[in-house]
Ligand binder design. Structure first.
Ligand code: Q9C
Ligand code: ZN
Length: 690
């Protein structure tokens, strides 16, 4: 449906006219660097270009006082000395004769973006603007921000489009206190911000930036602060914050629109943030938000002062908005202790207001003021074992930034290799219907050990699947869907795993839904992570062979994906994902679509979905659409997880946490339910051999 890019070159006019070391980083080159890089990468050309308009007085009045707007208007005619004097009345602000015009364009750009998305002209978009907005308040400029672009866009979406639930995700490294103040008593706006905090010792030095500021009155629980108490937070910390804090609340909130205060001073190299997240991380953050609100995501630039890091991160964001799969993340996926403490404090502070946290949460962890050091991180997982590749020391920032931003994109995004012809009716036009098959002899050789693959239909389906898998491994196709007769599902999956491993996949994630037994000769060499959802009971036979019952309620399904599947998947860092809907998988289309959409964040989007031949064309169609990058449909208000779902999840997390650090998050009910004793009477890794 398209991605909008809203911009106006006049926004490069405002600049600092005098000496001020604090403000000099907010420069016109921020916009030109980002835009130039988007052009170089061919990304700008793929967007719908919209020229920004000025926001009107009434639109600015949605969040600012008339007196303040008049004050800013008057700066147009002031001389340099008067501008400097007025600037001095605010914290970290400079005015320029063009400031009023630029700030009205910045706010107007956000309004155009929201209008384009909410009228259905585009699916999503980015407004490249300056001055930024999230620090600005009803009657005050602050932190380079003059008008609060994102807050104005949210108020407009409510007023002009009648929206009732808007999620604002502020991934800038500073606390957007302006947005917090404007909506703190408003339950229709859920505001999430993470920010460098250092126990209150970092700008803007506010008590109300801490995790215990959760909103007021009707808005209690609709302000979510995640303060980072150390610098150096990286990809694993950011992804963990999304999986364990933001996304559970966001799904429960069920927003109609997602606005992003997209500051890139939270990226590696930025002088303000001092964080370590690489540009690819912003592809993942964007991707994770695109499963909400039917994919209606409007991002607006806030901070970001390292031009190279900013430009790359903007490209990653736009590329993902356009539907390209996110590049794999670099570095060991292990959140640091300080990040876990922060996430835990925020979960504890929010638990009273959110069902999705209630069964699982816990008392606050006392935080210790200490400086961040790499030594503070847990030791690498399985030294010398199968994860040693991931455990290699992270490359230096400069070399990370030198890496080419686009992985070679397969010419074909999604292919379906199905035997049922009526599927074409529900396929998007750019999804290729595969004609080819692997050679007959080769197919027979793979089939030979499996009795269930002897029948002609099973062999035909296997030939098509092998051909598709080869196309994915050779980089001609990004993702695909293949079908198999129900009776051959397990054997076909087994062959697909062996074929994937022998044809270049280093680490293969297999998510098997329904009654699909683990292939009997699946190696324990750490190259395959087998995850069965639909097993009889929760069981972790080893850190690579995990089984859990199919959750019965939507809430349980969501906590299974966010609390188990994705943490394992991100920790494993596969280069190929197989997701198989086997006999009795029981998944509704929207649930299957959500799972597939989220798994597409792994392995550069190399996801092969295996269906049963008699699946409905609708199921194949919805999977084809999410695999090519469309947003999954919203699940709607989610029911709570059943006690059984919660228990299974907690048991597995308890078993697996020591090995899979992305699972780590304290669970409140652990102490009450003592799940290990009840659910599994086997030894630590089960007792199949005993
Ligand atoms: N070294 C935005 O990113 N100065 N504003 C902090 C600490 C103010 C940041 C000084 C930073 C304002 C939109
Ligand atoms: Zn910032």
């Amino acid at each position: 449906m398209g991605t909008a890019l809203v911009y106006h070159e006049d926004m490069t006019a405002t600049r600092l006219l005098w000496d001020d070391p604090e403000c000099e980083i907010e420069r016109p080159e921020r916009l030109t660097a980002a835009l130039d890089r988007l052009r170089q990468r061919g990304l700008e050309q793929r967007c719908l270009r919209l020229s920004a308009r000025e926001a009107s007085k009434a639109e600015l009045g949605l969040v600012h006082s008339p007196e303040y707007v008049s004050l800013v208007r008057k700066t147009q005619v002031l001389g340099e000395e008067e501008l400097q004097a007025l600037s001095g009345q605010f914290d970290a602000i400079y005015f320029h004769p063009s400031t009023f015009h630029c700030a009205r364009l910045a706010a107007g750009a956000g309004l155009q973006l929201v209008d384009a998305v909410l009228t259905g002209a585009v699916q999503n978009g980015l407004a490249l603007v300056r001055p930024p907005g999230h620090h600005s308040q009803r009657a005050a400029a602050n932190g380079f921000c003059v008008f609060n672009n994102v807050a104005i866009a949210a108020a407009h979406a409510k007023q002009k489009h009648g929206l009732h639930r808007i999620l604002i995700v502020d991934w800038d490294v500073h606390h957007g206190q302006g947005i917090q103040y404007l909506f703190e008593d408003d339950p229709s706006v859920l505001y999430f911000s993470w920010h460098r905090y250092e126990h209150g010792r970092f700008w803007p030095f506010l008590r109300e930036s801490d995790a215990d500021a959760v909103g007021r009155g009707q808005g209690l629980g609709f302000t979510v602060n995640l303060p980072w108490n150390q610098v150096g937070m990286g990809n694993a910390d950011y992804v963990a914050a999304f999986l364990h804090l933001l996304l559970p609340l966001a799904f429960e909130f069920d927003p109609e629109l997602v606005l992003v205060s997209a500051g890139f001073d939270s990226a590696i190299g930025d002088p303000e943030g001092q964080m370590q997240a690489t540009p690819e991380c912003f592809a993942h953050l964007t991707h994770l938000l695109q499963v909400l609100a039917g994919g209606r995501v409007c991002a607006m630039l806030e901070g970001g002062y390292h031009l190279e890091s900013l430009a790359e991160s903007v490209c990653m964001t736009v590329q993902t908005l356009l539907g390209d799969p996110a590049p794999p993340l670099s570095g060991l996926m292990v959140p640091c202790q300080s990040a876990l403490e922060s996430i835990q404090s925020a979960r504890a502070a929010q638990a009273p207001y959110w069902k999705s946290l209630q069964l699982q949460d816990v008392t606050p962890v006392p935080t210790s003021p200490s400086t961040h050091s790499p030594e503070g991180r847990p030791p690498p997982l399985l030294p010398g074992g199968p994860m040693c590749k991931a455990a290699a020391p992270a490359p230096a920032p400069s070399s990370l930034l030198d890496q080419p931003c686009l992985c070679p994109a397969p010419s074909v995004r999604t292919t379906v290799a199905l035997t049922a012809p009526d599927i074409t009716l529900v396929l998007p036009p750019d999804v290729i219907q595969q004609e080819g098959s692997a050679l007959r002899e080769e197919t027979e050789a793979w089939a030979r050990p499996h009795e269930s693959l002897a029948r002609e239909e099973a062999l035909t389906a296997l030939g098509k699947l092998l051909y598709l898998l080869d196309g994915m491994l050779d980089g001609q196709v990004n993702s695909g869907i293949a079908a198999t007769p129900a009776s051959a599902a397990a054997a076909t999956l087994d062959v697909a795993i062996q074929r994937g491993l022998s044809h270049g996949a280093q680490r293969l994630l297999c998510v098997a839904l329904g009654q699909l037994d683990r292939p009997p000769d699946l190696a324990h060499d750490g190259r395959t992570l087998w995850l069965n959802i639909g097993g009889k009971e929760a069981a972790a036979l080893s850190m690579f062979h995990v089984s859990t019952p199919l959750p019965v309620m939507t809430g349980g399904f969501l906590s299974c994906i966010l609390g188990l599947v994705l943490p394992l998947a991100y920790g494993f860092q596969p280069d190929l994902v197989l997701v198989a809907l086997g006999p009795g998988h029981g998944l509704q289309g929207p649930h299957a679509a959500l799972l597939a959409a989220m798994l597409r964040g792994l392995a550069g989007g190399r996801v092969l979905a295996l269906l049963e031949e008699d699946s409905t064309p609708q199921l194949a169609g919805i999977l084809a659409r999410v695999l090519r990058g469309e947003a999954p449909p919203s699940l709607g208000p989610s029911s709570v997880a059943s006690p059984e779902d919660v228990q299974a999840l907690m048991y597995l997390r308890g078993q697996l946490e020591p090995q899979w650090k992305m699972l780590q998050v304290r669970l409140i009910a652990e102490a009450w339910l003592c799940p290990g004793a009840r659910l599994c009477r086997r030894g630590r890794w089960g007792g199949q051999g005993k």
